[in-house]
Design a protein around this ligand. Structure first.
Ligand code: AMP
Ligand code: MN
Ligand code: MN
Length: 329
């Protein structure tokens, strides 16, 4: 059965977004969920972790649950490169019993599931969902459009990432024409920094290090506690320091409450961080990837920086071919 037929026949699909959800995970979950609801289906919208406060403006966010209901007929995974990223919603027995549709744009997707719709060139999973809705001739209501556009905006950092295409911009226009309020969405996304995060940025940035083309920043549990913020709030830091002129790679280490360390990676075109993330048990895209490793932080720092330095040395010929610099660090 084709993926399209499977989705057309689904009455009670279980839609799942990845843990530590971002705007694309929640945006694609709700965007597809709204379309299905408008067709009279009964989707369960699920994510093992709570919706971040910054996304609690999205229509339908309060219907997202952290456990399944139990009578689903199809599973749809959104924006998740592997089953671990589904957290507690991954249930081996259930996943063996039901068709599993894997919709994603990570180059490191391990192709789990019985049906795959994986497009590594798509800027976001919400872009893939939008194309799917059009192919199925399903409605794109203002609510659905709002959620999908939020996914597009957040994964492209407002259409600034190097993978942003004319097609992504055309999709944004179509979603705005379908009723997505661009200014309102940007207002919610941009005017949302807790004061404690500014303090945290200041303290973390003042200790940023640059060595051999790699800029790194660390956020310890102690710093999070002192600033009164959570690890998720620190995630924007890596994109900030990725703009450092002398750096080809930016890395952010964040200590989680359980002592594990989240590693966020960014790179310039010509340097691919997805391979290092995958080798360390994570995943992502060429220019933005991540993984989570057991602590302590010092050991994680040494391991990750060693992997990155080795990869960066091997990438120098490609960087030179692209006109990048490897000598002004
Ligand atoms: P972040 O730095 O958290 O914004 O993540 C950048 C990219 O890496 C995103 O596309 C994530 O999906 C991916 N990523 C981050 N952490 C992990 C992880 N632990 N496992 C797999 N992929 C990850
Ligand atoms: Mn995501
Ligand atoms: Mn995404």
């Amino acid at each position: 059965m084709s993926l399209e037929t499977l989705l057309r026949q689904a009455q009670r699909p279980l839609l799942i977004a990845h843990i530590a959800p971002d705007g694309d995970a929640i945006g694609s979950l709700l965007g597809l969920g709204w379309a299905m609801k408008e067709l009279g289906r009964w989707p369960t919208l699920a994510c093992a972790d709570p919706v971040p406060e910054s996304l609690q403006f999205l229509p339908g966010h309060d219907e997202i649950v952290s456990r399944r209901k139990g009578d689903e007929d199809v599973i749809v995974s959104l924006d998740s490169s592997d089953l671990l990223r589904l957290g507690s919603l991954y249930d081996q027995e259930l996943f063996a019993a039901l068709p599993v549709v894997n919709i994603d744009h990570h180059v490191t997707n391990v192709r789990f599931g019985s049906e795959q719709l994986i497009e590594p060139t798509a800027v976001s999973t919400s872009q893939i969902v939008y194309d799917l809705l059009r192919r199925l001739d399903w409605p794109v209501s203002p609510w659905s459009a709002t959620c999908l556009l939020t996914g597009l905006i957040t994964d492209t950092r407002s259409f600034r990432t190097s993978n942003t295409t004319a097609e992504a911009l055309r999709t944004a226009v179509a979603l705005i024409e379908a009723g997505a309020p661009l200014a309102e969405i940007n207002g919610h996304l941009e005017h949302d920094i807790p004061m404690g995060v500014v303090t945290l940025w200041g303290r973390a940035l003042s200790a940023a290090r640059l060595q051999d083309g790699i800029v790194s920043v660390e956020v310890t549990r102690k710093l999070l506690r002192e600033c009164g913020v959570s690890g998720g709030d620190a995630s924007g830091l890596v994109s900030l320091v990725a703009g450092v002129r002398q750096a080809q790679i930016a890395v952010l280490f964040t200590e989680k409450p359980d002592g594990r360390v989240e590693v966020g990676l960014r790179s310039v075109p010509g340097v691919d961080v997805s391979g290092v993330a995958l080798a360390l048990g994570g995943g992502g895209h060429r220019q933005a990837a991540g993984c989570t490793l057991p602590g302590p932080l010092e050991a994680v720092r040494d391991t990750v920086l060693a992997h990155l330095a080795q990869m960066l040395a091997a990438a120098q010929p490609e960087l030179r071919a692209l006109g990048g610099s490897d000598s002004d660090a």
